[in-house]
Design a binder for this molecule. Structure first.
Ligand code: FES
Length: 614
């Protein structure tokens, strides 16, 4: 009769189900015995760690017999060789999970079992452990399954450390990062009553920037994103929504788009969500779905300080990354951003600009028609200076004129992104509380650039004017303007190697020597050193802190536009913007420590051996 055990399983939608898991038969014929050590070197009930053929073991002598188990506690990886044995029960000293020493069976109802291995004491006085030929693969499967369950639990408990443990176990077992990102995106969008949140945004940025960060920091990046997702979700699924019933009668897209905009305008989340998932259900392209969302995001003035458009862009980047798997749920949160966030026509700050923009928007059809039938290039740097003017009226007039001449909207977006980078490097430290404003326009301008690539439209052009006005509202943040290092400026200090420069950069960041850090980055660029290493270091400086959403956004935009530009000064300013923004924030290092501890445990090291002074 085959035996079964009941085991909790995480399904792709992030819920936990109870499933029958067959208990594999013990098969002596597949075992290969490896010599361990002389048997008389053991103390009664005291464990010893071994690493044999890729397998971590904890071996015990108990009652004159010998027992071997996996050295990593299935709970959180504590070394079982440090545990103690009482009455045949092996106890992990961290959270006191208890296991049958002989079989590895866990006494905790939902605890995972510990893998046990047969041990033989042979005539030569040595111990031999039997390891299945397929143990490596089996161990990998155990760790991946356990890691996925632990990840769901970490997200539910909103625990950085549980999440870090799960990530360390999953990556150590060779799990595909794409699978982890997909699980996080699905969980983060399905288990929230809020809009597209900072967690899923950071996770999408992690996917986008995978090659921009040192592989050593990949786990840390994922832990940041998933920790934010844990904090932004409740663990319970949203109310279900379904597409309209299928029928012989078909709606035309014009009607659906009109309805979508109407219900967003009425802040009717349910109706708008239903139209969006109906579009997806009927197989309309990503460009059409994106056009609906981008149009609704720009129907109002700078919705949510630009976050609605920004998150809309991240929604589509995330969907593309997971090949639109689970799109039905991933699409829904953006509707909440469209219906709940501040519309700036409802605020007094924008009262002076709205009549001017409304007048321009009456001419949208003509502007779009001229734009599409002409083609003129734009000097990005020069137009960025125009956009940094104090008064929005001449700026929006200039944008209209450029569009009519046939300047590509994406070039205007690039100029706006560059102007935002200049706003950031000129941001004076005494404005401390307003950092998010410069991050918002920097990220918004980049999102608009991306949106024009995906679904260009005359409606989306309104976003250019919204962004331009907001940029002028931020001019006060550059008064007084912070100094920007001169292009040739260097530190009064010599370095024996580029690596030493990057070490110094991290020290400057530790002590928030913002201007010194900028000059050093300047010097590094001037001396022509490897930019990949510089990017890794700037990213690491951010990832080792408990960074919040805006820091991730700034980093991504700075790196992307550094890559996009061929102009040395623009490139320099984008990297200085990232350096300034990231080194100026005062933060803690909780997520770094959780991830480092999890990785140490995964390697079978003791936390008590940690040397914090190093
Ligand atoms: S009980 Fe072993 S790590 Fe928690």
């Amino acid at each position: 009769m085959s035996q079964t055990s009941f085991e909790s399983q995480a399904t792709s939608d992030g819920t936990i189900q109870i499933a029958d898991i067959p208990i594999p038969e013990f098969d002596e014929s597949k075992l290969v015995y490896h010599q361990l050590c002389q048997a008389d070197t053991f103390d009664e009930r005291k464990g010893k760690p071994f690493h044999v053929d890729g397998t971590h073991l904890a071996v015990f002598r108990y009652g004159n017999k010998y027992y071997a188990v996996d050295n990593r506690c299935p709970h959180m990886g504590y070394p079982m060789s440090e545990g103690s044995v009482r009455d045949g029960v092996l106890i992990c000293h961290w959270h006191h999970w208890e296991f049958d020493l002989k079989t590895g069976g866990c006494f905790l109802t939902f605890g995972d079992d510990l893998k046990a291995f047969p041990v033989e004491l042979r005539d030569d006085g040595y111990l031999y452990v039997g390891i299945d030929q397929g143990e490596r693969e089996a161990a990998k499967r155990r760790v991946i399954d356990r890691g996925k369950r632990a990840l769901i639990q970490g997200l539910k408990d909103s625990s950085s450390f549980l999440i870090a443990k799960a990530i360390a176990a999953l990556t150590d077992a060779g799990a595909d990062p794409k699978e982890i990102i997909q699980q996080g995106l699905y969980y983060g969008t399905n288990k929230t009553g809020d809009g597209w949140s900072s967690g899923v945004t950071i996770l999408t940025i992690a996917a986008n920037m995978w090659d921009d960060v040192d592989p050593k920091d990949h786990n840390l990046f994922l832990v940041h994103a998933l920790t934010q997702i844990g904090r932004r979700t409740s663990g319970s699924s949203r109310r279900q929504r379904f597409p309209f019933p299928r029928s012989k009668e078909k709606h035309d897209l014009k009607t659906l788009k009109r309805w979508f905009r109407h219900y967003v305008d009425l802040r009717d989340r349910g109706a708008a969500e239903r139209i969006l998932i109906t579009l997806h259900d009927r197989g309309y392209s990503r460009e059409i779905i994106a056009d609906f969302v981008f149009t609704a995001a720009t129907d109002f003035y700078f919705t949510g300080d630009g976050h609605a458009l920004d998150f809309a862009n991240k929604t589509f980047e995330g969907l593309d990354y997971v090949d639109w798997e689970g799109a039905h749920e991933i699409l829904r949160p953006i509707v909440i951003d469209l219906v709940t966030r501040t519309r700036h026509e409802e605020t007094s700050r924008w009262a002076d600009s709205i009549p001017i923009l409304e007048d321009i928007f009456l001419r949208l059809d003509r502007i779009w028609e001229l734009n599409q039938s002409n083609q003129v290039s734009l000097d990005i740097s020069e137009f960025a200076q125009t956009m940094l003017g104090d008064s929005f009226e001449p700026i929006v007039a200039e944008i209209e004129e450029k569009l009519c001449q046939g300047v590509s909207p994406t070039d205007i977006c690039r100029a706006m992104t560059y102007a935002s980078a200049i706003r950031t490097v000129r941001f004076h430290l005494k404005n401390e509380g307003d950092w998010h404003d410069v991050a918002n326009i920097y990220s918004y301008a980049h999102s608009l650039y991306r949106a024009f690539h995906l679904a260009p439209s005359k409606e989306l052009m309104r976003g250019l004017f919204h962004g331009a006005v907001f940029l002028t509202y931020l001019r006060w943040l550059n008064m007084p303007a912070a100094r920007i290092p001169k292009p040739e400026q260097c530190l009064d200090e010599t370095f024996s190697s580029p690596e030493k420069m990057l070490d110094r950069l991290q020290e400057f960041a530790d002590f928030q020597k913002v201007f010194d850090a900028e000059i050093l980055v300047n010097q590094y660029i001037n001396e022509g050193h490897d930019i990949t290493q510089l990017k890794h270091t700037i990213a690491h400086i951010m990832l080792r802190e408990d960074a919040e959403l805006h820091m991730f956004q700034v980093l991504e935009v700075a790196f992307r536009h550094f890559d996009l530009s061929t102009n040395a000064e623009e490139k320099r300013i984008h990297l200085l913007a990232a350096t300034r923004y990231i080194t100026a924030q005062k933060l803690m290092k909780g997520i770094l420590w959780s991830t480092e501890n999890a990785e140490r445990l995964q390697r079978g090291e003791l936390l008590s051996e940690r040397e914090d002074d190093n």
